[in-house]
Design a protein around this ligand. Structure first.
Ligand code: NAP
Ligand code: G4F
Length: 334
């Protein structure tokens, strides 16, 4: 039985990856940081099948202690301050966790579990003000946020440790991936949750920022499979993971509101507070390498993803007794 060590278990990807690894018969050891409100909601359904340990990307000793104890075969470093907007408000903290935190993990691996295979959660946000369309593993980086800058640091640190110490270390350059477990602050989940609240009469509108931003959005449940595949290859390498399609925030709104028989124009307003000091206008990934070398393909398309998220946010309200006050319920929930 292989052992996997995951950081970021309380986040969106951590929970999907842990489920996938359990299905593959892994022993899963997962790190959480200490907080007053231990957030277990995303992995509560598998909590009795994984081993939760406590540590923090800010605390080098905790990482070394955990890896010494666990001696994993595979390490997935998913923990980060991952919200781009917040990185403008907390740039130093973001740099400490999302950038230097990777270096702390790499040092802990080098010193305490040097045979383990290491996955770093790199991001399409590193392409920022894009130098070419679509973006591949060879596209230069031009980050547009403290988060993007920190991810570039973590990305190059991973390559540097691979080249310096012959470590099996990979970076997955993942484009935006979403799900019903996405944080409510990210635009997709903010839209799906507001659509459901509007249908149930809890809210009357939705204030957003830049509706023209374009993203290559996929389903998190598909993307975590690529992470695992990267660590099963003969040689470590870096891969772009994307759907090869791009859509605007406006299109996301159109489909989400349309799914419940409403017109987004009647509910969406613009609030400049959601604009960013520098914006990433367009992301479109070229995942040819992941398809050819890993045999990876996304299974959920854009419309399927939007509808899945709206259905989830509606269903959890209906299950708690809410009723349809506006628009119409999708067929699956009617
Ligand atoms: P997420 O939902 O925001 O989860 C982030 C996780 O990191 C949470 O479990 C959080 O714990 C943990 N964390 C934050 N600071 C920490 C610290 N100092 N020490 C230990 N753990 C800490 O992110 P996600 O969407 O699952 O993304 C997973 C990774 O992929 C992140 O590194 C993200 O930057 C990267 N990524 C995401 C996307 C995407 O579209 N989702 C795309 C590309 C790359 P708490 O619950 O305690 O806050
Ligand atoms: O959903 P977002 O906050 O995601 P963003 O900034 O693309 O970052 C996500 O994807 C990255 C991969 O490229 C990850 F690395 C990162 O960790 C995170 O998961 O914003 C998407 C777009 C932006 O252009 C933003 O300006 O939506 C635009 N937007 C418009 N109105 C909004 C809003 N974003 C948010 N969060 N809230 C709004 O009201």
């Amino acid at each position: 039985m292989k052992t996997a060590f995951i950081t970021g278990i309380s986040g969106q990807d951590g929970s999907y990856l842990a489920e996938h690894l359990l299905d593959l018969d892994y022993r899963v050891v997962a790190m959480m940081r200490r907080s007053a409100t231990q957030s277990v909601s995303r992995f509560a359904h598998i909590a009795d099948r994984i081993e939760i340990v406590h540590g923090d990307l800010l605390d080098q000793a905790s990482l070394m202690r955990l890896l010494t104890d666990c001696q994993p075969d595979e390490i997935y470093n998913l923990a980060a301050q991952s919200f781009v907007h917040a990185s403008f408000d907390e740039p130093i903290h973001t740099g400490e966790v999302t950038g230097l935190g990777v270096m702390r993990m790499l040092e802990a691996v080098r010193l305490c579990a040097p045979k383990a295979r290491f996955y770093q959660a790199s991001s399409s946000e590193m392409f920022g003000k894009v130098h070419e369309v679509p973006q591949s593993e060879n596209t230069p980086f031009h980050p547009r946020s403290p988060y993007g800058v920190a991810k570039v640091y973590g990305h190059w640190a991973t390559l540097n440790y691979r080249e310096s110490y012959d470590m099996y270390a990979c970076s997955g350059i993942l484009f935006n991936h979403e799900s019903p477990r996405r944080g409510l602050e990210f635009v997709t989940r903010k839209i799906s949750d507001h659509v459901a609240a509007i249908v149930c009469g809890e809210k009357d509108g939705l204030a957003l920022g830049n509706l023209d931003a374009q993203r290559d959005w996929g389903f998190a449940g598909d993307y975590i499979k690529a992470m695992h595949l990267m660590l099963q290859q003969d040689e470590p390498d870096d891969y772009v993971v994307a759907t090869n399609e791009t859509h605007t925030v406006r299109e996301f709104c159109e489909i989400a509101f349309g799914h419940v028989g409403l017109d987004y124009n009647d509910f969406v307003s613009i609030d400049p507070k959601y604009y960013r000091p520098a914006e990433v206008e367009l992301l479109l990934g070229d995942a040819t390498k992941a398809k050819e070398k890993l045999g990876w393909e996304p299974e959920v398309n854009f419309r399927g993803l939007v509808e899945m998220m709206v259905d989830y946010d509606l269903k959890r309200r209906i299950d708690q007794g809410a009723t349809c006050q506006r628009g119409s319920l999708p067929e699956a929930l009617a």
